[in-house]
Design a protein around this ligand. Structure first.
Ligand code: MG
Length: 292
């Protein structure tokens, strides 16, 4: 099931997307007792998913997709958790010759966060002009949305804590990332986290490892990776993070990017105003944003 947050007639509500028919079930009308925002729905767990499905199946309160504007499916309550260097081919492409240590393949997952204020929805512009160093880069990524929180979550049961999946573009100012010796700042500029277009529930993605991540810039394929190639898989990431941090419903964990980022080219191919970045990750959909 494709859960979405949309804007229509002056308000933001949640709904269920029917991709085949190009319609959105307005849950505020089809299931008026449900919460009006995604965090509230996630807090209801499986019961909320079932209620949304019943509303979707009823055929009630459907809006044509052209009549609504899709927003980021959820606005995280706290910083997004992210993983750096989680694909071997990406580690190799950003390796700096002659620099030891930090550039090697990680032995444990590298975590950092992105500020909630950088989240934007599908179609919203990525404001590259906010980066004075003109080194804005894209990173197409599969992101996990946590359903049931917890601390000390074991690898074996980790996927039971996953509510669903979405797409993140971990937009990065490469020069700020290097200059400040910590990734937070270069990855947290306003608008540097396109998210969406849908939150797809876990049951609709039975084989996460089979997912393919395609990033195109102006129609040219730059990244073509497989989730199966992650160095640390999703259960390992959840086990490692939750060993120290209590996970909460609605937390977002972005799992890293495969090879093909702009910084990996010689010379680098950074984003420029007028570009369009489209990340395709089926069955979630396409997350496309213009650059300004
Ligand atoms: Mg990343």
């Amino acid at each position: 099931m494709h859960l979405v947050t949309f804007h229509e007639s002056g308000t933001e509500r949640i709904g269920v997307l029917d991709r085949a028919r190009g319609e959105v079930t307005d849950l505020a009308r089809a299931a008026p007792t449900l919460p009006r925002d995604m965090q509230g729905l996630i807090a209801l767990g499986d019961g909320g998913v079932e209620a949304a499905r019943r509303a979707f199946d009823s055929g009630a309160a459907r809006l044509p997709l052209e009549q609504v504007r899709l927003c980021a499916p959820l606005r995280p309550a706290r910083n997004l958790f992210c993983v750096g260097k989680n694909y071997r081919d990406h580690v190799n492409e950003v390796r700096t010759p002659g620099v030891a240590g930090a550039e090697a393949e990680p032995e444990v997952p590298i975590f950092f966060t992105k500020a909630t204020t950088c989240v934007i929805g599908p179609g919203e512009p990525i404001p590259a002009r906010l980066d004075p160093t003109r080194s804005v880069d894209y990173e197409g990524e599969l992101a996990v949305v946590i359903g049931r929180g917890g601390r000390g979550i074991a690898r074996a049961g980790a996927l039971d804590h996953v509510y669903g999946y979405t797409i993140v573009n971990d937009v990065t100012s490469r020069h700020l990332q290097k200059r400040h010796r910590q990734w937070f700042l270069g990855k947290s500029l306003d608008g540097f986290c396109p998210l969406g277009p849908a939150l797809v529930t876990r049951a609709a993605v039975p084989e996460v490892a089979a997912l393919r991540i395609l990033t195109r810039v102006n129609g040219e394929t730059r990244q073509d990776g497989a989730a199966a190639d992650m160095i640390f898989d999703i259960p390992t990431l959840i086990e490692t993070l939750s060993a120290y941090v209590t996970l909460q419903p609605g937390d977002i964990l972005s799992t890293g990017t495969p090879a093909g980022v702009g910084a990996g080219f010689t010379p680098p191919r950074f984003l420029r105003p007028g570009d369009r970045v489209a990340i395709t990750l089926e069955p979630i959909g396409v997350l496309e944003n213009p650059v300004i």
